[in-house]
Design a protein around this ligand. Structure first.
Ligand code: LLP
Length: 435
C-alpha cells in the first residue's frame, strides 16, 4: 500500500483523500497515485546512488506529470520507444538525461533521439549499430552510445521478464563473442562515442546473486576491451529489476542496500582486474512507481459458485491490469469503502471481460457481506498496469489521479466512447458519446 494509505473505520484514504470521494468525483475503475510516495522513492534512489545516475524506466508508467516529478527529483529517464520519448519531451524533460533503449528501434525513433540530443543510445543489434552510425554521420552528430550485453544470467523471476539468459531477443551475447564484436564495430565508427556497457538481467528480482554474476562477466568484458583496444570504458549501466512487495511477506531491499551491494560488487571486480571504477547507472521502474499506485474498482456482482468460492466481479479487469493473466502475478486487495464485521469468505476478484482468465486477484478474503456498490482497492498497481492497459472488449482506459496533502487531480484523463471511435475510419459523424 502507498506510504500515506490509512484505514479509518474500514475506509481507505490515500494522500489524505477518502477513496469514496475519489470514486464519486472521477468514477471507477481509477488508478490513484500517492505523489509523495513516488517522489520519496525517487529521492531515496537518487541519494543511494549519489555517485552514479538513476534513470527511471518509463515503461513502468509514464505521463508528463510523472516525468516532471522525476525531473524535479533529479533523476534521468530510460525510454524504450519514440512514444515514451515524445512524452518525456512534452514534459520538458532534459534530453541529455534520457537514455534511448529498444530492441528494434525504428529509423524515425533514432533520428528523433539524435535530433533532440538524448544522453545515451543503447545499441541492441548489429543492424542498429550500422543504422545509428549511418544516421549520426548524416546529421553530423556524435552520440554517446552503450552496448547492451546479455550476460547469460538466469534471473530468478518469471520467464517473460528475465532478460539476460542466452535464449532471448535482447542485446549481444557475451558467451558467443557477439558483445566483443559489437564493441569492435562501434569503435570503428568514429561518429559514435562508446561510453560503456549495459546489462539488464530481468524484473521483479529479490536475489542479488544475478547482479553479482552479471557484474563479474561485465568486468571480464571491460578487461577484454582494454586488452584489445587500449580503452577503459567509463560507464556501466546495470539496468533495473528491483522487486517490490505485492503480497504480505515479500521483503524488498531498500535503495541504499541495493546501491551499496552493487557498488561493492563492481568495486571488487574492478580491483581484481585493475580497472578504474566506472560510473554506475541503474534503471529502476517498478521500485519507484509500483508501491505508490492503487486501483479502485466498484463491485458489480458477487456470485457464489456452489462449494468452490465466491467470484467478486468489478468494473475493470485484464484491460487495466494484465499482469495476473499474463504472468500469474499476485496481488492483494481489500474492501475500501466501509468497515465490516462479517466473517471472511474466500474470493476471486475478477473483471468484466469476456474470458475466464480475466482475473485481477486469484485468492483473496473479503467479508461475506460484500455487495454491489462496494469499493475495493488493489494494492501495488502503480507499475505495468496502466502502461500495459488495453482496450480489449472496447473498454475505455481508466483515468489516472494523483493525490497529495488532501488534494487530488487528474493526470491522465479517462477514455470515452468517443475516444474509442476516434480512429474508426467507418465513423462519419462527429460522435460525442459518453460511456
Ligand atoms: N531497464 C531495462 C533495459 C528494462 O528492460 C527494464 C524492464 C527496466 C530497466 C525496468 O525494470 P523494473 O525496475 O521496472 O523491474 N511488464 C513486466 C515487466 C517488464 C520489464 C521490462 N523491462 C511486468 O509487468 O512485470
Amino acid at each position: 500500500w502507498p506510504r500515506s494509505a490509512k484505514r479509518d473505520g474500514g475506509v481507505l484514504t490515500v494522500g489524505g483523500v477518502d477513496v469514496r470521494d475519489l470514486a464519486k468525483k472521477y468514477g471507477t475503475p481509477l488508478y490513484v497515485y500517492d505523489e509523495e510516495d513516488v517522489r520519496s522513492r525517487a529521492r531515496e534512489y537518487a541519494a543511494a546512488f549519489h555517485d552514479g545516475d538513476v534513470h527511471y524506466a518509463g515503461k513502468a508508467f509514464l505521463c508528463t506529470t510523472v516525468a516532471r516529478w522525476l525531473d524535479e527529483e533529479g533523476l534521468g529517464l530510460d525510454v524504450c520507444s519514440g512514444g515514451e520519448l515524445a512524452i518525456a519531451l512534452a514534459a520538458g524533460f532534459p534530453a541529455e538525461r534520457v537514455t534511448l533503449h529498444g530492441s528494434n528501434k525504428a529509423p524515425w525513433e533514432i533520428e528523433k533521439a539524435l535530433d533532440v540530443g538524448v544522453g545515451r543510445i543503447v545499441l541492441d543489434s548489429f543492424e542498429e549499430i550500422a543504422r545509428v552510425g549511418y544516421l549520426a554521420k548524416e546529421k553530423g552528430v556524435r552520440p554517446k552510445v552503450m552496448v547492451r550485453v546479455t550476460t547469460g544470467v538466469e534471473a530468478h523471476t518469471h520467464e517473460f521478464i528475465a532478460t539476460a539468459h542466452d535464449d532471448q531477443k535482447f542485446g549481444f551475447s557475451r558467451s558467443s563473442g557477439a558483445a566483443l564484436e559489437a564493441v569492435r564495430r562501434v569503435l570503428e565508427l568514429k561518429q559514435l562515442e562508446l561510453v560503456g556497457l549495459h546489462s539488464h538481467i530481468g524484473s521483479q528480482i529479490f536475489d542479488v546473486d544475478g547482479f553479482e554474476v552479471a557484474a563479474h562477466r561485465l568486468a571480464e568484458l571491460l578487461v577484454a576491451i582494454r586488452d584489445e583496444h587500449g580503452v577503459e570504458l567509463p560507464e556501466l549501466d546495470l539496468g533495473g529489476g528491483y522487486g517490490i512487495a505485492y503480497v504480505p511477506g515479500e521483503e524488498p531491499h531498500d535503495p541504499k542496500s541495493i546501491a551499496d551491494g552493487l557498488r561493492d560488487i563492481v568495486a571488487r571486480e574492478c580491483r581484481a582486474y585493475e580497472l578504474a571504477m566506472p560510473r554506475l547507472t541503474v534503471e529502476p521502474g517498478r521500485a519507484i512507481i509500483g508501491p505508490g499506485g492503487v486501483t479502485i474498482y466498484e463491485v458489480g456482482t458477487v456470485k457464489d459458485v456452489e462449494g468452490l468460492r465466491t467470484y467478486v466481479s468489478v468494473d475493470g479487469g485484464m484491460s487495466d491490469n494484465l499482469r495476473t493473466a499474463l504472468y500469474g502475478a499476485e496481488y492483494t486487495g481489500a474492501l475500501a469503502s466501509r468497515s465490516s464485521d462479517a466473517s471472511p469468505m474466500l474470493s476471486r476478484l475478477v473483471g468484466k471481460h469476456c474470458e475466464s482468465g480475466d482475473i485481477v486477484v486469484r485468492d483473496l478474503w473479503f467479508p461475506a457481506d460484500l455487495a454491489a456498490g462496494d469499493l475495493v482497492a488493489v494494492a501495488a498497481t502503480g507499475a505495468y498496469c496502466r502502461s500495459m492497459a488495453s482496450n480489449y472488449n472496447h473498454v475505455p482506459k481508466p483515468a489516472v489521479v494523483a493525490v497529495r496533502d488532501g488534494g487530488s487531480r487528474v493526470i491522465v484523463r479517462r477514455e470515452s466512447a468517443a475516444d474509442l471511435l476516434r480512429l474508426d475510419a467507418g465513423v462519419e459523424t462527429d460522435l460525442d458519446a459518453e460511456v
